[in-house]
Each structure stands twice: as structure tokens, then as C-alpha cells.
Write a protein that binds this ligand. Structure first.
Ligand code: AMP
Ligand code: MG
Length: 337
């Protein structure tokens, strides 16, 4: 990981960030057709494959370290491309270290609790990346656009009065800050689709039999509330983009670009966390050396004592190890990371 790669990713995603403390108007300030400086689709797809490898390596380190966790929240209107984005971003990662949670209409059990309960239950463990396909932000989006949802949540009378949305923004910000302060980074992506592209994608779901299952008449009914959603999204972005968990608005009319943007934002977070493989202590190394000797003694007649070390891979590794110890000037001692 070179500094220039990190700087290039930072410059790329800065274009998508909602600056904390600013008032945004989604339709005016963010163009779903924005190219983010990527002129050609082929370039974008190449960058995406580099990004996916980078994510895979960082995910392995995050899992090995078992200290920090990452929560990725994906929000979008129907046909915004959440599923495809998840599929691509996760494609290089070990399934053991990633978890996807989908949030639908709340169950009766979920409605028996406070509104953040069901999201808290799906938070990542240390070392894990959890992806929320829809998230606690539905609580200020669909619940706001259709207030009958709020009725079902059975808040005590007084709690329903006043500005329930301003209160929820404050509660969500505080919850995310608590997570950040305890080692869990929250990455928030809003896939920003145009109304025309949504129409085209719905039609494709109707026209292509293999895609019929993705289409629901309810989605078309939701489309009628387009403007109300745009307002709810704008207010949400303005109120909940914070220094500890900023929002990124991803141009979603081009699927490949949306996937690249999502990968870049996640890569930026992981680079910033900088997870490291755990270093072995002197005692650990002594134990390893002893186990190595014991295993070497068990070598059958005619076999090399340590077949791995005897192989080309082992020789390369040994050479690299020697070079890096020489560069650090402290043979076998912990390097500054
Ligand atoms: P889908 O993700 O397309 O399978 O649909 C899930 C549906 O659940 C969407 O229509 C969401 O609006 C709805 N949904 C998700 N969270 C909530 C919530 N907290 N309250 C009400 N509806 C929700
Ligand atoms: Mg749907």
C-alpha cells in the first residue's frame, strides 16, 4: 500500500462525501449520472478489480487483528443497486469475516423493542465487516414517508410529540459515535439513482423473466412518493453526516461506477484503520522454533526436514524476511509500523 494509492482514493471519494454540518439538497447537489472523473467504463472496471483485491487483503488483516470492526450501511431507493454492490464489494473477501444483514418490514418481535434494537443485534464483531442492506436509516426514511409505521412502533404518547425526526437524528448520531469510540467504524453509502434510471430498471425486471422475481408492484407504488423520499434523504444526509461517520452519496445510474465508488469508500476506511497482522512475541517465536524442530525430527526417511522451506516459496519468503530485517536494522526485533 503506497501513500499515493491512499491519496488517490482519498481525492476520489472526497467528491462523494457530504461535508459534516452542511445542508444538502440531494437533487440539486448530487447528480446520479456523475462520472467522478472516470472517463471510460473499462478504466473503471480495471480500478474496481484492483480495489477488490485491496479490500480482500485488508479484510484478512482486520480479521487477524480482531480489534476493530466495520459496519457498512447501504441505503437506496428500489432498484438502486444494493444487491449487486454487495456482491462485488464482498467478492474477494473471506465469507468467515463478512456478514450481510437485510432489514425488511419489522416483525412483531422487533416492534416490541426500541427502534434500534434489531440493528444492534446485527452489529459486527471485532475483526468483522458487517454490511447492512438497508439499515437503521430506514427509521427516518420509510417510517417518515409513511408515518403509519411510526404508529406501529407504539411509542408512549409524549415521545411521539415534538420533532421525532430531529430526535432520531440525534440518537443515531450518538449511537454511531459510541460505536466509533469503541472501535467500530460506520461507513454510510447512499446509492443515488435518477427517477428515469429507476423506470428503466423496473421495466427490465418486468421484461426479463429471470428478473421477474425482483419486481414488486409495491415498488411502483413507492415510486409515487419519489419527492417525499428525496426530501427525507436530503434531511437525513444533512443531519447525520458527522466527522465520525460521514455520508457518501454514490452516483448510481452506472452500476460499475457505483460499485467502484462503494469499494473506494470502504478501502479508504480500511486503509485509515490500518489493521496489522499480529506480531509474534519473543516467547511465541521460541515456541515456534521448538515446534519446528520437533516436526523436522518426524520427517520420514529421504524427505526434506522442512518441505516448505526447501521449496521455492519458502526460499523466497526467507530471502524477503532477511531483507526486511536488514532494512529495519534490528534483526528479529519489532519494526515500527
Ligand atoms: P426489499 O429490501 O426490497 O426486499 O424490501 C424491504 C421493504 O421493507 C422495503 O419496502 C422497505 O421500505 C421496508 N422496510 C425496511 N425497514 C423498514 C422499517 N423500519 N419500517 C417499515 N418498513 C421497512
Ligand atoms: Mg424492494
Amino acid at each position: 500500500m503506497t501513500d499515493t494509492t491512499a491519496e488517490r482514493i482519498e481525492a476520489f471519494i472526497e467528491q462523494l462525501r457530504v461535508p459534516p454540518g452542511t445542508e444538502v439538497d440531494l437533487e440539486k447537489d448530487f447528480d446520479p449520472g456523475f462520472r467522478a472523473g472516470i472517463a471510460k467504463k473499462t478504466n473503471g472496471i480495471e480500478l474496481l478489480s484492483v480495489g477488490i483485491e485491496l479490500l480482500a487483503e485488508y479484510q484478512r488483516r482486520l480479521a487477524a487483528e480482531q480489534t476493530r470492526g466495520v459496519l457498512v450501511c447501504l441505503q437506496a431507493l428500489d432498484a438502486g443497486g444494493k444487491d449487486g454492490t454487495i456482491r462485488h464489494v464482498m467478492s474477494g473477501m473471506s465469507p468467515q469475516g463478512v456478514r450481510v444483514a437485510n432489514f425488511k418490514v419489522p416483525s412483531t418481535e422487533e416492534l416490541d423493542h426500541d427502534y434500534l434494537w434489531r440493528y444492534a443485534r446485527q452489529l459486527p464483531r471485532r475483526g468483522e465487516i458487517a454490511i447492512f442492506n438497508r439499515s437503521h436509516y430506514e427509521e427516518v426514511l420509510v417510517v417518515r414517508v409513511h408515518p403509519e409505521n411510526l404508529g406501529r412502533q407504539r411509542l408512549p404518547g409524549a415521545k411521539r410529540d415534538g420533532d421525532v425526526w430531529a430526535r432520531r437524528y440525534r440518537e443515531i448520531n450518538a449511537w454511531e459515535r459510541y460505536l466509533a469510540e469503541n472501535g467500530f467504524r460506520v461507513v454510510k453509502l447512499m446509492l443515488n439513482l435518477s427517477k428515469e434510471e429507476q423506470r428503466v430498471r423496473f421495466l427490465k425486471r418486468i421484461d426479463v423473466p429471470e428478473r421477474n422475481w425482483k419486481f414488486s408492484a409495491a415498488d411502483v407504488r413507492e415510486r409515487a412518493h419519489w419527492d417525499a423520499y428525496q426530501r427525507a434523504f436530503s434531511q437525513m444526509l444533512s443531519a447525520t453526516s458527522t466527522p465520525w461517520a460521514p455520508w457518501y452519496v454514490v452516483p448510481a445510474d452506472r452500476k460499475w461506477l457505483a460499485r467502484l465508488c462503494a469499494a473506494a469508500v470502504l478501502a479508504h476506511t480500511l486503509i485509515d484503520i490500518g489493521p496489522q497482522y499480529p506480531r509474534t512475541s519473543k516467547a511465541d517465536r521460541q515456541e515456534l522454533a521448538k515446534a519446528k524442530k520437533d516436526l523436522e525430527k518426524e520427517a520420514p526417511e529421504g524427505a526434506p526436514a522442512d518441505p516448505y522451506e526447501a521449496s521455492a516459496a519458502g526460499k523466497n519468503r526467507e530471502r524477503r524476511g532477511k531483507a526486511s530485517r536488514k532494512a529495519s536494522g534490528k534483526d528479529g526485533r519489532k519494526r515500527q509500523g
